[in-house]
Design a protein around this ligand. Sequence first.
Ligand SMILES: C[S@@+](CC[C@H](N)C(=O)[O-])C[C@H]1O[C@@H](n2cnc3c(N)ncnc32)[C@H](O)[C@@H]1O
Length: 281
Amino acid sequence: MPLDEARQANLLNWEDRVPIHAASQGYDLAGLSQDRRRLSRAVERERELLPDLDGRDIVHLQCHIGTDTISLARLGALSVTGYDFSPSALDVARQLAHDAGLTVDFVEGELYDAVDILGSERFDVVYTGGGALCWLPDIRGWARVVARLLRPGGTLHLNEFHPVLFALDENSDSSLSLVYPYFETDEAIVIDEGPVTYTDGDASTITHTVNHEWNHGLGEVVQAVIDAGLTVTALREFMYCGSPVLPNLMIKRDSDGATVLRDRPERAPLSYVLQASKSQS
Ligand SMILES: C[S@@+](CC[C@H](N)C(=O)[O-])C[C@H]1O[C@@H](n2cnc3c(N)ncnc32)[C@H](O)[C@@H]1O
């Protein structure tokens, strides 16, 4: 389906970000391909929480440049498919998998077209998150896509930034201040960030700077998953997340590179993991 104006603008922004991310120390593509036992920081952090991947067919929705995707392949999956709407991201991901000596299928498509493109009931595990849902206008539609991609008995593993975090003012240098919608809104939250991205590296080449995002409250996500026919089996909230969304209020933890609030981290959830399963019949 053709992209609407908002998602077309987002695609151009992601295309601009790809070469910066591919060259960044943060994503460290060279390190990941050379050390064949290494996992991306995100997958390393959540390793204990992942469902059993051994011998399973996995799809990674909104896989970006494939660092988490190849990490899943290293955890014993039978097959891994990465899916994203950014052709440049997928080119980088294919090269990464090749350099790492792994067979991973990378497929281009918009999230809501995933069942048409990949087929229904194809996967044992749907893995996604890390800044994926905020680009999607309709959480209930997303949950239906996930449910249709899964085989009977399959599992959704979502590890996402918390909607409370995304409602906070990213420019504040003192208090936690709610400025954006917590709940999903029909209208996108339109932000012109300027030439910046969340990794290290020179972002001045980013010319498409306007993002269209949508927040999705935790209850909305959970209810969407339930209404799509899945059974929620785990929901955990954490005081850490994967990147410094509130740069003036956060610090990086030495132990695992995660980001936490500098002061009284127990004040707000920064990320969550949701798991849900599709019934066997
Ligand atoms: C923040 S990245 C996901 C990041 C991943 N956790 C990582 O760090 O590698 C978001 C990804 O979503 C993709 N994306 C955004 N909107 C999309 C859409 N409507 N359909 C498919 N992919 C989309 C972007 O191309 C980007 O690669």
